[in-house]
Write a protein that binds this ligand. Structure first.
Ligand code: ASP
Length: 311
């Protein structure tokens, strides 16, 4: 299969097609097997990946570092840029050119929407967007779709319900666009009015012949969902902290709420959770956020690194 990722930046799910997603999933399946059988491979031996995180991260950063090492490459790791020349006022462009002299690819997270694209325009090496402000988080979208596929192989039959901060959550921006492209037809977005999904994303889903239902009450719709994707209200994107405080715990998934859901539903969350799902729900067999989703993140990132750096 033609590898369209090779030597290219990966900035948005809009670069994805059914074919190249299938390629990532096939590679991720192989990476999973490799990790389970022998921990890793040296397929990218000699390569170096820079992980430049201008914003906090636990899972995306660590899974990229782990993925890098499990495919045999080395890493430059900056979690927070305070210790780099960014603290002296260096521009994004200069920083990106600099790391491109030492690394073969740059994984970056930045608080500004569009920063990854801005970096890709000047970079000597491929940029992988690990989250740009309220914009996108395309590797999260791939790992989410990969997780969903293992429970529901036919995307056209599922109802995807996301709850929480649709306005500021980059994970739901990326994963709903990707799922619509992969054939999901029914979307339900549950949020307070002020945190609704950006209209351009709703429009793009409809353009791909999906239906979108936007409601405020989770209880009214949870019974129809095959996937419930819970999200955190994105505190760091609020100008008015009182508004955040007012909205942050509007939706809390408890064992009682889970009783209203289908037996076959899966509960996902990109994490971190800050109160949206109570700890008792973790042992519900429908919960996949504490292990499956995270492990899949590493396999997907191993696959992407391989595809971007090897023909
Ligand atoms: N970890 C995810 C992200 O970086 C979700 C979140 O922070 O709420 O977007």
């Amino acid at each position: 299969m033609n590898n369209s990722f090779f030597n290219n930046s990966f900035i948005s799910v809009e670069q994805l097609t059914k074919e190249n997603v299938a390629l990532v999933f096939t590679e991720a399946d192989k990476m999973k097997q490799i990790v389970l059988e022998k921990d890793g491979t040296d397929i990218l031996k000699g390569k170096v990946i820079a992980c430049l995180f201008y914003e906090p991260s636990s899972r995306t950063f660590s899974s990229f570092v782990s993925a890098t090492q499990r495919v045999g490459a080395g890493t430059i790791q900056l979690l927070g840029m305070q210790a780099s020349s960014v603290a002296k006022g260096e521009t994004l462009e200069d920083t990106i050119r600099t790391f491109g002299c030492y690394a073969d690819a740059i994984v970056m997270r930045h608080p500004e929407t569009g920063a990854a694209l801005q970096a890709a325009k000047v970079s000597y090496v491929p940029i992988i967007n690990a989250g740009d402000g309220k914009g996108e988080h395309p590797t999260q979208a791939l790992l989410d779709a990969y997780t969903i596929r293992s429970h529901f192989p036919d995307f056209s039959q599922i109802t995807f319900c996301a709850v929480g901060d649709m306005k500021n959550g980059r994970t739901v921006h990326s994963n709903t666009k990707l799922l619509a492209m992969l054939g999901v037809k029914k979307f339900i977005f549950v949020s307070p009015k002020v945190l609704q999904m950006p209209p351009e994303i709703v429009a793009s889903i409809k353009q791909q012949s999906g239906t979108v239902t936007e409601v405020e009450s989770l209880e009214d719709v949870i019974g129809t969902a095959d996937i419930l994707y819970a999200t955190r209200v994105q505190k760091e994107r609020f100008e008015d902290i009182e508004e955040y405080e007012r909205l942050k715990h509007k939706y809390i998934i408890t064992p009682e709420v889970m009783k209203l859901a289908k037996k076959t539903m899966i509960l996902m969350h990109p994490l971190p959770r800050v109160g949206e799902i109570t700890a008792e729900v973790d042992t519900d067999p429908r919960s996949v956020y504490m292990k499956e989703q995270m492990q899949n993140g590493m396999y997907i990132r191993m696959a992407l690194l391989k595809l971007i750096l090897k023909k």
